[in-house]
Design a protein around this ligand. Structure first.
Ligand SMILES: C[S@@+](CC[C@H](N)C(=O)[O-])C[C@H]1O[C@@H](n2cnc3c(N)ncnc32)[C@H](O)[C@@H]1O
Length: 471
């Protein structure tokens, strides 16, 4: 392949510049791997969601996503990207790792003619050195009449890697000059501003966009109704987050958290055998995955010891034995033995029975906060089988007493999981996510989408909606 190009280069200068190009291309792969390794968002994830929502109306059938990165914009897509790291993190099943620049050296896309119903290229165009050979291949693998969506933020991108303009206006002119009927469509982002635009091109060359006027009108209506459009994005998000947050029942998520749970279970059995109390170990939902992300991080679950034997040992003995066990299993545990006020199941039962009395709950004296201590526990992640048993019992005790028990648990749960739910959206390896957090903040001042961490807070209104709907 390279010989072809070198033979074609007839002067020594050409050969040298070709060798430099090869070196640069090697660097580009490494550069994108590096950027992909921390799921760098290129542009904010909120914008990605809006683009995906926009595309969900446009696309039908099989899509080819060029330069997919780690983000799945449309589920029925095949991803092509130069970066194995990016592709590893992409949720799509069908992924091809290749450098699109190789197409110029007679290495085609590995697809049959007329395979795809559409092609998307989100924030990729500006990085391509040789656009024409790529477009020739896209024409070959797309079905006649397929549309290519070249979507870009205006003048956005990684400056050092850019080879051409990212302005949609320039791209559109370029595409027209190459013989593709093209038009600009605006994707409303915020406040109706036309920050992201799609250059929509009909393939193959020379084929006209028959419904151009219809598309122009529809896009104008969309831009005029941007608030409604963004509401649509929000409710779509609500559905996704809702689905994910119910999916959290699938916890544990990471290999480390699975190993950790096994360790907790062994610790719990030993604890019961040695100390004679049932250890109830649980966490606020957010913690297991966040704190278990790295084996060296501190894990801080709550431990409630429920007394089963009346002739229980002294606290001192329990403390020593507990410390020994925790050292043996290398566990850090917060010990809240009086979390429920009484440390045995009968005590808890009594407390629930008496809960009609206004003074029942001295932790949460407010009338509307009644049962909150228990609801907090029910919404927490249970880390051992004793906690599961208690959950079942406690739920059974509370159900006849608390009319809106399920929605209150769901509400407590929602507030616990908002961050986790958000992170699971694109199935990121949470282990790696936080591990790199510091690195990103330290090294990457040039990052456009640093607000990834702020995104957690964006999830709150959605979860609020879910919660309110269920109340
Ligand atoms: C700015 S990112 C956009 C990623 C994704 N489309 C998105 O919306 O999040 C650009 C992507 O293009 C890929 N890319 C850049 N040059 C490429 C090339 N020559 N061949 C294949 N992929 C390339 C990069 O690896 C990166 O994933």
């Amino acid at each position: 392949m390279n010989n072809i190009a070198i033979n074609a280069a007839c002067t020594p200068e050409d050969e040298i510049s070709f060798l430099f190009e090869l070196m640069e291309r090697q660097n580009i792969r490494e550069e994108w791997d590096d950027r992909g390794s921390d799921r760098w968002t290129y542009f904010s994830e909120g914008v990605k969601q809006i683009i995906s929502y926009y595309l969900s109306f446009k696309l039908k059938g099989l899509n080819l996503d060029i330069g997919s990165g780690w983000y799945m914009h449309y589920p029925d897509s095949v991803a092509v990207d130069v970066s194995p790291v990016n592709l590893k993190n992409n949720m799509l099943d069908k992924k091809i790792c290749m450098d699109l620049e190789d197409i110029a050296f007679e290495k085609g896309l590995p697809f049959k003619d007329n395979t795809f119903d559409s092609v998307t290229m989100v924030s990729v165009w500006q990085y391509l050195r040789n656009v024409q050979p790529v477009l020739d291949e896209l024409e070959r693998v797309s079905k006649p009449g397929a549309e290519l969506y070249i979507i870009n933020g205006q003048n956005s991108g990684v400056q050092g890697l850019k080879k051409r303009s990212s302005y949609s206006k320039d791209i559109c002119e370029d595409m027209l000059a190459r013989g593709f009927d093209s038009m600009i469509e605006i994707i409303p982002i915020k406040g109706g501003r036309d920050v992201f635009q799609s250059v929509t091109a009909r393939m193959p060359k020379g084929c006209v966009i028959e419904d151009k006027q219809f598309k122009i009108d529809a896009n104008a209506a969309l831009v005029n109704n941007w608030e409604k459009f963004l509401d649509g994005v929000a409710s779509d998000e609500v559905e996704t987050v809702k689905m994910l947050y119910h999916e959290l029942g699938t916890y544990p998520v990471t290999g480390f958290s699975r190993r950790f749970l096994r360790k907790i279970e062994m610790f719990s059995q030993d604890y019961f055998d040695i100390i004679g109390k049932k250890p109830i170990i649980f966490c606020d939902t957010i913690w297991p995955e966040i704190d278990m992300m790295t084996p060296h991080s501190n894990i801080f679950p709550y431990l409630v010891s429920l007394k089963d034997r009346k002739d229980d040992d002294t606290d001192g003995y329990n403390r020593d034995a507990r410390v020994k066990l925790m050292n043996k299993y290398n566990l850090s545990i917060a010990n809240y033995t009086d979390f429920f006020g009484d440390d045995n199941i009968e005590g808890i039962e009594n407390r629930i029975k008496q809960s009609g009395r206004n003074d029942y709950n001295y932790y949460y004296p407010m009338e509307d906060a009644k049962f909150d201590t228990f609801i907090h526990f029910l919404a927490a992640v249970k880390l051992n089988s004793f906690a599961y048993d208690l959950e079942k019992k406690m739920y059974g005790m509370l159900k006849p007493k608390v009319e809106d028990l399920d929605s209150r648990i769901e509400k407590a749960f929602a507030w616990n999981v908002y961050s986790l739910a958000y992170q699971r959206k694109q199935e990121r390896e949470i282990d790696e996510l936080l591990e790199t957090k510091k690195k990103i903040l330290d090294d990457r001042n040039d990052i456009i989408g640093l607000n990834r961490f702020a995104q957690h807070y964006n999830a709150i209104p959605y979860l609020k909606k879910i919660v309110l709907r269920n109340l």
